[in-house]
Each structure stands twice: as C-alpha cells, then as structure tokens.
Design a protein around this ligand. Structure first.
Ligand code: GAR
Length: 213
C-alpha cells in the first residue's frame, strides 16, 4: 500500500506512523504550511516532502485542485490527514472517498471542530479521547474506525488533557493504518465501517471508577 500524509504543523501523529513499522510505503508528506515542523521530521525518515501553500491560492477550490495534483503525482492508495488543519471542498473529499482518513482529538460525534480539549473541560465530561475516521464531505462526521478514551481528571487543564489524548492518538492511528494496509478495513454503508478483525472481550469504561472497582 502506498500512502501520502498531509500535515499542517508539528507532525507527531505523522511521526508515530513513520515509526510504527507498518507495511506501507510512505510516498510523501505534504504540508499546506512551509514552516510546518513535521516536514524536517519526515525528511529525517527519508520521506519525500512537498509544500502546497494555501496562501498562494485565491479560494478553497483552487488550493484543493493544487493539493490533489500534488497528491496524485504519488499515486497513493491512502491519504492520511495527520493534523491537517484545512476544511476541504466536497469535490476534493469525493475524489478520495473511502481512501482518506483523519484523526480528531475528541470522541466524535462529541466536540467536532476546534479547541476540543477546552470544550470537553467546559462541558464537564468525565471521558474524553480521540477518533480515527473516514473523511466524508461534512467535517468530522465520517464513519468511525477506532476511538481511544481517557479519563478527565478533576485537576486537568487543557495542556494536560491534550497530552494524554495525544499519547492515545499515537497508538490508534498506526493501528487503523495497519488494518487498512492488511486489507481488513473498508468504508461500509450508512456511516459504518467493515472491520475484519478478531474482537477481544471489552469491558466498560466507567469514570470516575465505581466504589467496587
Ligand atoms: C492532533 O491532536 C490531531 O488530532 C489534531 O491536531 C493535532 C496535530 O498534532 N487534528 C485536528 O484537530 C484535526 N481537526 P500533530 O501535528 O502533532 O500530529
């Protein structure tokens, strides 16, 4: 499987993917920001990098067309959004439908959009987390592949919570890409995914813990 990763900044999820020993050829890392720190990280792994700067385009459609041209040069089977902070046009999303995935720092469908950790703290939820999902035209609502939950602690602040969620992002994104590379995962009907994987026994996650725990 050939994959292209799209980033906008730090690139820690990208790095987790490059480190994971996946059966994937990472053909390129593309950023919409020339100053994205992740570009140097990718080069350190020997992965080709490219920049398609959104600031050089008059509208979303023209940026997305340039981005698609750069992606298609690498003929990927999979497009991986890893902290790629751009809203994509419907035409762009449809071009890669079923072969483009994203990681979002919340338990979707809760907290789509930005500032997810702050909003989770404000809402007083006891469980927060992250989601890997297929990308569909509506932002942050595509079929969910895998989620990790973390407890929200009484003294949590935004940075602490973000750090614990990010550590889980780095675990679930490589798992999702591995399932795809092994041909065990596809986008199903009506917002579902088809995952051909053995299901381990899974217990409930209760936060705060029950007295009996
Ligand atoms: C990650 O937390 C990712 O989930 C989030 O941006 C961060 C990027 O960090 N993505 C979104 O908010 C997408 N809407 P990274 O560049 O270190 O991977």
């Amino acid at each position: 499987m050939r994959a292209v990763i799209l980033i906008s900044g730090r690139g820690s999820n990208m790095e987790a993917l490059l480190r994971a020993g996946l059966p994937v050829e990472f053909a390129a890392v593309i950023s919409n920001r020339p100053e994205a720190e992740g570009l140097a990280v990718a080069q350190g792994f020997g992965v080709a990098t490219a920049v398609v700067d959104h600031r050089g385009h008059v509208d979303r459609a023209s940026f997305d067309a340039a981005l698609a041209a750069e992606i298609d040069r690498h003929e990927p089977d999979l497009v991986i959004l890893a902290g790629f902070m751009r809203v994509l046009t419907e035409g762009f999303v449809r071009r890669y439908l079923g072969r483009m995935i994203n990681i979002h720092p919340a338990l979707l469908p809760s907290f789509p959009g930005l500032h997810t950790h702050r909003r989770a703290l404000e809402a007083g939820v006891k469980v927060h987390g992250c989601t890997v999902h297929y990308v569909t035209p509506e932002v942050d609502v595509g079929p969910i592949i895998i989620q990790a939950a973390v407890p929200v602690l009484p003294d949590d602040d935004e940075a602490g919570l973000a750090g614990r969620v990010l550590a889980q992002e780095h675990r679930i994104y490589p798992q999702a890409v591995r399932w795809l590379a092994e041909g065990r995962l596809s986008m199903g009907e009506a917002g579902r995914v088809d995952l051909r994987a053995p299901r381990e026994a899974m217990g409930p996650l209760v936060v705060p813990a029950l007295d009996s725990a």
